[in-house]
Design a protein around this ligand. Structure first.
Ligand SMILES: *Cc1c(COP(=O)(O)O)cnc(C)c1O
Length: 436
């Protein structure tokens, strides 16, 4: 019997990020300037991003070195284990082997710290004093505030008002890490004041909070902006997940038939899937399937159109070619706050169009039923976001059972749900809108 928990020593923390851009079958359409609609250059991003990250955003190098100082901080929680979900397999009575990469073991409880550390380090290197960002449910805000504290930067977080009010623990965590956090829309920015003038009780949205954080960074010399998903450099940083997982699957003596991640902006899905997709793109693993699982309430990949759209509500960011529901789309208030984003990673969108990745959408009632079953078998409470990946894994494990085919499934447990217990309560007490 192979181990339940497959671990790697710290010496196996990856030394480079994997950049899928040069391996794409066709080049990625460039982002466009919101005013001129011409392709943007590095100088267009310099007001809010450091040169090092802009270079990564546009890089065509397959491997991008990870600085030693960043690898040293990764030692706090990496490499993260891969688990074989034996009890869960038994419950499902499936011949499938189900594995999960456990990104929930990071100090902040999700994969987001992987990119936050790299982004904070690069900004510090280039003399930036302060980072501004947005957060929805609070996962990215807590990751960036933790990284800024570890690296020595100030941090300003615009938190979507409804989460600020309803999810106190994430904002307490952000403050405890030493960052400033305000509800968005806020009176501190032009964008925030404009929304408040129209609707003083606005619950806020991720798109509005992004507009505020970008404005903050663009109007202050000492401040840059940091985004927790979607962009090429964020996806790039997350590829340490899949690189570790490949070594761990090798130790288990298996190669996955299907890799699965939940999909909000695309970073944890891509982080796990891209290093495996490298093998599909170079022809060594033509049969590999990569599945992105999203909420039915915000189905950007399964129902959105692939077109140029803004990353924020205010229409101030560059236009990106991506699957989008429209930058003014207001998703229903499902509990997977981290998946309520109108757009998607241009890289994931590009691969979806090329038929190299697949997408599935699920209603939250089904997702929570799976989350509770998983917790009862494996002990760990999945984040509502991550539970979408688990639910997809269940569907594929049941198909394997019905077809009688042994299938190896690997999904990303992108975060734990210990700050989401109110969502579990609403499910358990029958108050949840199951069909949302
Ligand atoms: C933010 C978040 C997500 C969604 O973001 P991606 O960029 O799509 O990964 C998924 N899971 C968790 C736990 C998150 O915090």
């Amino acid at each position: 019997m192979t181990d339940t928990k497959i671990t790697l020593p710290e010496s196996e923390i990856p030394r480079a990020f994997y950049n899928i851009a040069p391996d794409l079958p066709t080049p990625l359409p460039p982002p466009l300037h919101p005013g001129t609609r011409q392709p943007i250059g590095p100088q267009d991003l310099a007001a809010i991003f450091p040169q090092g990250l802009i270079a990564q955003e546009m890089s065509q190098e397959r491997w991008v070195d990870i600085p030693d100082q960043v690898r040293d901080i990764y030692r706090l929680y990496r490499p993260s284990p891969v688990y074989r979900a034996r009890a869960f397999e038994e419950l499902l009575d499936t011949p499938a082997h189900i594995y999960y990469k456990s990104e929930h073991v990071s100090p902040v409880g999700s994969h987001k710290l992987n990119s936050a550390i790299m982004q904070a380090w690069m900004n510090k290197e280039e003399g930036v004093k302060r980072l501004a960002t947005e957060t929805g449910a609070g996962q990215w805000g807590s990751a960036l505030s933790c990284a800024c504290q570890l690296i020595g930067l100030e941090c300003m977080v615009y938190m979507v008002r409804v989460s600020y009010d309803q999810k106190p623990y994430r904002r307490i965590m952000i403050r405890s890490y030493g960052a400033e956090v305000v509800p968005s829309p806020s009176p501190l920015t032009h964008q925030g004041r404009a929304v408040l003038a129209r609707d003083p009780d606005s619950p806020g949205s991720l798109g509005i909070a992004i507009s505020e954080a970008v404005e903050d960074a663009a109007t202050r010399d000492d401040t840059n902006y940091a985004l927790g998903s979607v962009l090429n450099h964020v996806v790039l940083h997350q590829t340490i997940i899949g690189q570790e997982a490949k070594k761990q699957m090798e130790l288990a003596g298996e190669y996955p038939d299907i890799v699965i991640g939940c999909h909000g902006g695309g970073s944890n899905f891509a982080g796990l899937a891209f290093p495996f997709l490298k093998d599909k793109l170079d022809g060594t693993r033509p049969g590999l399937r990569a599945v992105a699982a999203e909420p039915l309430a915000c189905p950007s990949l399964t129902q959105g159109r692939r077109e140029y759209d803004f990353g924020d509500t205010g229409g101030t960011t560059p236009l990106m070619m991506m699957h989008t529901l429209g930058h003014d789309f207001m998703p229903r208030p499902v509990h997977a706050g981290g998946l309520r984003y109108h757009g998607s990673s241009p890289l994931v969108s590009h691969l979806l169009d090329a038929g190299l990745v697949e997408a599935e959408a699920y209603p939250q009632g089904e997702v929570f039923a799976t989350a509770v079953k998983f917790a009862r078998c494996e002990g760990t409470f999945p984040a509502p976001e991550s539970a979408h990946a688990i639910h997809s894994a269940v569907q594929h494990a049941l198909k394997a059972r019905d077809a009688g085919t042994p299938t190896v499934i690997l999904f990303n447990l992108s975060g734990h749900g210990l700050f989401d217990l109110a969502a579990y309560e609403s499910y358990l007490t029958g108050k949840m809108d199951l069909n949302a």
